[in-house]
Design a protein. Sequence first.
Lengths: 307, 185
Amino acid sequence: MYDQVASNKRRSWLLVVGFALFVGVVAVAFAYLIGGGPFGIAIALIVAIATSWGAYWKSDTVALRISRAREATVEEFPRYHNIVEGLCIASGLPKPRLYVIDDPAPNAFATGRNPRNAAVAVTTGLFEKMNRIELEGVLAHELSHVKNYDILVSTLAVTMVGMIALLADLGVRMLWWGGGRNSHRDYDNRNGGGGGPQAILAIAGFALLLLSPLIAVLMQRAVSRRRETLADVSGVEMTRYPPGLISALEKLRDDSTVVHATSHATAHLWIEQPSAQTEEEGKLSRFNRMFDTHPPLDERIALLREL
Amino acid sequence: MAVIVVIILVVVVVLLAIYAIASYNGLVGLRNRIENAWAQIDVQLKRRYDLIPNLVETVKGYAAHERETLDAVITARNAGMNAQGPHDQAAAENMLTGALKSLFALSEAYPDLKANQNFAQLQEELTGTEGRIAYARQFYNDTVYRYNTKIQSFPSNVLAGMFHFSEREYFQADDDSRGPVQVQF
């Protein structure tokens, strides 16, 4: 288990680096297509590094703000605090900051960059629909995300996916309206007419820009699904009581209310996919499942039953 | 040629030293964590003892004539606070848990008591503290498990032997509490 956390931590760092590199590549492609030579590329890289850095420090605040979370006081939510304190003792984690979201749909997420700077947010609907043992199961799942350093990756993913989408959008628009294309042609002319390789590079850059939001989202989703399953298992290791989380997941499955204060950018943070799920979605092909942030609840429940 | 051999030897020695230092520090860290985990159990136990007088006072206001149950709780609490050694303490703890259970069962017969805000709060606090005690013990045992495994397995056992890191004992649940639950009607 501890080895798994360690390897997960390593993989998290690799992913963060991978994400940062990807943002860098997209930024370079952006600068190259828009024109502006090495200077433009340098600016784009600086912007990419600055946003990654900002994301590292501020993404938890952003995620909490998007979901309209407010701080949960001990007086108002004594049970919430008690359960989290207990679980923190069980796992040796420092106590995270606790937030609530006024929303009737039961759901929860964890965010932050490391266990020392972590936050857990829970909807008021979760408190209404779950008993103590089920709540404990859900909160153990969230704390496992903190312990396994999933929170760093997923909160960074929020900002980076947004970044890439923004860059790609801007780049494609600028090319479309010709502003960039002219300066690019000038650049080619100055370099002696622009041969075959340069044209290929331009097309590749354009394709990358077009596809980058899709690639970023797929990265985000792939990261998320694996980690959900791992967090289920290590959450149960914390409580030593699988039925708690199983019955919580069953309640989540049977509940069809949808969290209002959410967006696609934060979908992968929650314990259950917050968007509406229809009957048909389950029957669709593997391709569609690539866009899911979570494995199906039935699969997760079945896995926990085997423990 | 000789230079290469020397360099390789130096590198090997340096690597071994780094491993030894890291391993030693790991053992020290785990040992301190065990101490801390053990202290944490006591902190939570004390918290439980502190909550009980408040609870008894609140219940007295509604069910003063349930003297027997109230006295049992107080006696068990005092026994727990004065217990010497882990065995006595475990026995007192079991007594206290049982006494508290019958106290909370009382509230079913007194709707006013059950509706009391203060009582509900104390009940939540006690349930939370009991959970914390259980989790603190679990964490203690988990840490002892990691520490003992490290001490026993090669090559860290060589280092552990050199610096006298000795195995720790697990916290054991009482024999009674492991048996089947007796239900009486």
